[in-house]
Write a protein that binds this ligand. Structure first.
Ligand code: SOE
Length: 383
């Protein structure tokens, strides 16, 4: 079996989650190639060294550029803040490495375009790139997509998607990199909104073409992380709301916020079609609610499907029914699909073109918000 050497760049929250998934994926799924955790990269050698030891990587490095020159590295997994995604991804693709990049793809449309172009060029040489929208790989949501594809919902008319967190409710929470536009691009919009835009488009199999949005920053200054006595300016949105039109005529409402007191990771989505509806809440991520409008009226109602049967997506490899999965399993599924695509030389999904479209939607929301919520096309000329 071929070996795929992996270099991971970044070792904070996402780096730890990805490390766990790289460790697990080959133990659970039958893979066409064997991933090897070759090297973990970070900005500081000492921090990278202790992370590599803790997270199970053979080596560490403080120089991702030199890692791209190595023959034993075939995949570069990018788990850094958004301001370095473009440089690392384009460099890796040009060096002939397959790339998995955390979401959102970039901090701007221009960067995302450069990344999508680099991925296009690399694709011609059999080098592949994928964006890490992990929620696509929640089994209940993969099932939801397949129900839509089978026509069980009929014609899709409305999508309602919320991503609700509350970790900024305290005005004394520090000014982390996620609150600085030069590092994160945007706030709740890019961090959380990107997920629900990708998920909504993926579930209904259609693209958003126009939006009308508002963004707000509720707490304008926060304590600096290393010097809590001083405060710095928050330069991203705390919350973003928008309505959207899909190409085929469906309407969507979206909400992304870090101020929804009491909601920890409330990614909720409901899809309504002419024959039925679906509803999902990540805080009960093993369940999908399905309303089949063709049921007789006296027994019709939302039914709760526990998506843990071996027939459900990804479940064939896991535990007996009812032994529920969690957040980190979605990343294991993501890696299974990515490794399979790399081994088959087939385009992984979502590719960088899909990531670019999400970036354009986010950008259109910001442009709309800057013009008093005016309806704004995602691409010039569309409405
Ligand atoms: C932080 O808000 C965060 O970790 C996001 O960056 C992730 O993408 C999301 O899945 C959970 O919340």
């Amino acid at each position: 079996m071929n070996t795929l050497g992996v270099a991971l760049v970044g070792h904070a929250f996402m780096g730890a989650v990805h490390s766990q998934a790289w460790r697990t994926v080959g133990r659970v799924f039958d893979l066409p190639a064997r991933p090897e955790r070759v090297v973990l990269c970070g900005r500081r050698k000492d921090a990278a060294a202790s992370a590599a030891a803790r997270l199970g990587w053979r080596e560490c490095s403080d120089d991702w550029k030199s890692v791209l020159m190595r023959d034993d590295v075939h995949i570069v997994d990018i788990c850094t803040p958004g301001d370095s995604h473009a440089e690392i991804a384009v460099g890796a693709l040009e060096a002939g490495k397959h790339v998995l990049c955390e979401k959102p793809l970039a901090n701007s449309v221009a960067e995302a375009e450069a990344m999508a172009e680099a991925a296009d060029r690399a694709r011609r040489n059999g080098i592949l790139a994928m964006v890490g929208f992990n929620y696509r790989r929640v089994p209940a949501l993969a099932l939801a997509r397949s129900l839509v594809q089978q026509g069980r919902l009929g014609e899709i008319r409305q999508v309602r998607a919320h991503y609700l967190q509350d970790w900024l409710v305290d005005p004394q929470a520090p000014l982390s990199w996620r609150l600085r536009a030069e590092r994160a691009g945007s706030g709740a919009l890019g961090d959380l909104g990107a997920h629900i835009v990708d998920l909504a488009q993926h579930l209904v199999g259609d693209e958003i073409v126009a939006v009308s949005g508002s963004v707000e920053t509720f707490v304008g200054e926060r304590p600096l992380p290393d010097e809590p006595a001083r405060r710095g300016r928050v330069t991203v949105d705390d919350a973003a709301l928008f309505t959207a039109r899909f190409r085929e005529g469906a309407l969507g409402t979206f909400e992304a916020t870090r101020y929804a007191t009491g909601n920890k990771n409330g990614l909720r989505i409901e899809v309504n079609g002419s024959r039925g509806s679906l509803a999902f809440d990540f805080e009960s991520m093993n369940e999908l609610a399905f309303y089949d409008g063709t049921d007789p009226a006296d027994v019709a109602g939302y039914r709760r499907i526990l998506a843990t049967e071996p027939q459900h997506p990804y479940l064939e490899a896991w535990y007996p029914p009812g032994h529920v999965l969690g957040y980190e399993h979605t990343f294991v599924h993501e890696l299974r699909d990515f490794i399979t695509a790399v081994a088959d030389r087939s385009t992984p999904s979502p590719d960088f073109a899909a990531g670019l479209h999400v970036q354009r939607v986010l950008d259109a929301v910001q442009r709309s918000a800057a013009q008093h919520s005016r309806w704004t096309p995602v691409l010039q000329g569309e409405r």
